[in-house]
Every structure is written in structure tokens, then in C-alpha cells.
Design a protein around this ligand. Structure first.
Ligand code: PBG
Length: 328
């Protein structure tokens, strides 16, 4: 008797492994998240995200040129807003000369072909650190949608190619799409954070933007009334189908690693590209463990990114984009 199948025949050399490999990473897979701050000459390392930075506009221009040269062709912009400009309505978010609007123009001036995506949510602008307008201890849905649509419009006017609502209000994609259509921004796309879970993995991001929900009496201290429960699976499909019906061009699952079952569900069921956001906490874990010498940074990073693709991601927003592309 001998084993009827010897699977190891296809594993015995790098040549045969390469020939039979099902999934590859390439620079085309990545969206690069970028944090933008006011100032000049600022390249400020984020404490809980080693080797990841907040850039002022001058250095943002330099950074995107470098990304373009590396073959990285899309960015997702986030801004850190001065405390004094925060309120409960997001007035600064629709300021035509606000930091986000200037950041969009800066990227387009530096590299006109770079695809510019922008985060659309209230939290960096909110005194409460919430993604929506807070009224009597609740995050109100429909008023938030009107605001989000104006914010998206403002980004489109500044030159954004895609807007990425990350707030998880119901009906916001439809409202954003309608306002963009009315203003003739028919080519501006929507990448919707469709299955965004109420995850503890967003901690370092909230440090980066100083955007964590505040600890104030009668204000919700977490985002569980709008972001999804990590225990839920079928709801993610409903969220994605609804967003597609409302006009989303791309749907996103977030975070990545813990939610690859959701990624596979969506990849099987929806007809639009599926994006995955490998979030700040996922980045921080690999950095911390490898700093201690407990994990091999590059191998773990590539293994996780490959797993995200294998699960069905068409694209990955990742703080590892540069690190990964250097190794490919
Ligand atoms: C804000 C937003 C968050 C992230 C992206 N957009 C944080 C949150 O919802 O609290 C998290 C990204 C990351 O952790 O890398 N709406």
C-alpha cells in the first residue's frame, strides 16, 4: 500500500509551490490610509502605531509621491482636527478650506493620478467622539445622514475620487449618492464600510486622531448602537446588500483578521468588489510582538495579508502597504 494522494509532491520545491500558488499580493491590492495634521514639516510618529506617522500637508505631498513610485496608487485620507474646531454638528467638516479639503487638493496636486478616497464620518470633528450627531444621549440617525451627505459633497468638490462613509448610520449611502448625483458628481464613487464591527481593535487609530468617544455622563461610551456586534454574521450580508441597493460601488469589511468569515460570505454573495480594512490594532499587535522578538514581523505580516486576499478581498486598506510592497 502507498498513499493514494501524495500532496507533498506539489510542495517539494519553491518552483512547484510558486507554480501552484493560488493567491498573490501585489501593489495593486492596497489602499494606503494616511493621517493628516496642520503645521509645516510635521512627521509625527503615532505612539501606539510604531513607524506610522501623521503628516502635515507639505510632507503629505512628499509621501504620496513616494507611494506612487512604489506602485501604490490609492490613499484613504483621515484628518486630526484641532479641539477648538470640534462641535456636535461637524461645521468644520464641510469647511471648503478645512484640513481634509486641503489634503485632497495637496494629494491631487502632487500626484494627479493618485486615487483619493476620504473618510466620511463625524468622529474626528465631534466633541463627543461619535460618528454621528448626539442628541439627548443618542446618536441620531437621519440628521447625521444629511450631514454626512454634505461632508461627502464637500470632499467631492475638493477633488476626492471616492468617499468612504465609515459611520454605520442606516440609509447614509442613499443620501450621499442622491446629493452627489444632484450636484453632478456622477463619477465620484462610494466605498461603504458596510460591515463595520464595534471592535476594540480601533484603539490606536483613536489615539492617532484623538477621536475616542468621551467619558461623559449620559453620553454613550462606545459605538455599539451603530457599529455591528462582533457576534453577528448574517447581518453583515444584509448591510452589504442594502448598501449596494443604495448605490455603494465597493463594500468593506472591518476589521480584517477576526472577520475573514464575513469577507468570504460577502465575496461569495455580492457582485461588487469587497474591500477589507486591516485596522490599527491589527497593525499594533504585529509591531509589538515583533519588537519583543516573539514574532517574525515580515512573515506574519505577509501571512495575514495573504489570508485576507484568500478570504476574498479585492483590495486591502492597510498600514502595512509600504512594508509589504518593499518585500514583494
Ligand atoms: C471613524 C473610523 C474609525 C476607523 C476608521 N474610521 C474608528 C472608529 O470607528 O472608531 C478605524 C481604523 C483603524 O482602527 O485603523 N469612523
Amino acid at each position: 500500500m502507498f498513499p493514494l494522494q501524495r500532496y507533498r509532491r506539489l510542495r517539494q520545491s519553491e518552483a512547484i509551490r510558486a507554480l501552484t500558488r493560488e493567491h498573490y499580493l501585489s501593489p495593486n491590492d492596497f489602499i494606503v490610509p494616511l493621517f493628516v495634521v496642520e503645521g509645516k514639516g510635521v512627521k509625527d510618529e503615532i505612539a501606539s502605531m510604531p513607524n506610522y506617522f501623521r503628516f502635515s500637508l507639505d510632507l503629505l505631498a512628499k509621501e504620496v509621491k513616494e507611494l506612487w513610485q512604489m506602485g501604490l496608487k490609492s490613499v484613504l485620507l483621515f484628518v486630526k482636527v484641532d479641539e477648538r474646531l470640534k462641535d456636535n454638528r461637524g461645521e468644520e467638516a464641510v469647511n471648503p478650506s478645512g484640513l481634509m479639503q486641503r489634503a485632497i487638493k495637496t494629494v491631487k496636486d502632487a500626484v494627479p493620478e493618485m486615487l483619493v478616497m476620504t473618510d466620511v464620518a463625524l468622529d474626528p470633528y465631534s466633541v463627543y467622539g461619535h460618528d454621528g450627531i448626539v442628541d439627548q444621549g443618542k446618536i441620531v440617525n437621519d440628521r447625521t445622514n444629511s450631514f454626512l451627505a454634505q461632508m461627502a459633497l464637500s470632499h467631492a468638490q475638493a477633488g476626492a475620487d471616492f468617499v468612504a462613509p465609515s459611520d454605520m448610520m442606516d440609509g447614509r449611502v442613499l443620501e450621499i449618492r442622491s446629493v452627489l448625483e444632484d450636484a453632478h458628481f456622477t463619477d465620484v464613487g462610494i466605498m461603504s464600510y458596510s460591515a463595520k464591527f464595534a471592535s476594540a481593535f480601533y484603539g490606536p487609530f483613536r489615539d492617532a486622531l484623538d477621536s475616542a468617544p468621551v467619558d461623559v455622563k449620559d453620553i454613550p461610551k462606545d459605538k455599539k448602537t451603530y457599529q455591528m456586534d462582533p457576534a453577528n454574521r448574517s447581518e453583515a450580508l444584509k448591510e452589504a446588500f442594502t448598501d449596494i441597493d443604495e448605490g455603494a460601488d465597493i463594500v468593506m469589511v472591518k476589521p480584517g483578521l477576526c472577520y475573514l468569515d464575513i469577507v468570504r460570505d460577502l465575496a461569495n454573495e455580492v457582485e461588487v468588489p469587497v474591500a477589507v480594512y486591516q485596522v490599527s490594532g491589527e497593525y499594533a499587535m504585529i509591531k509589538a510582538a515583533s519588537e519583543k522578538g516573539w514574532l517574525n514581523h515580515d512573515e506574519v505580516m505577509l501571512e495575514q495579508l495573504t489570508a485576507i486576499k484568500r478570504a476574498g478581498a479585492t483590495m486591502i486598506a492597510s498600514y502595512f502597504a509600504k512594508d509589504a510592497v518593499k518585500l514583494l
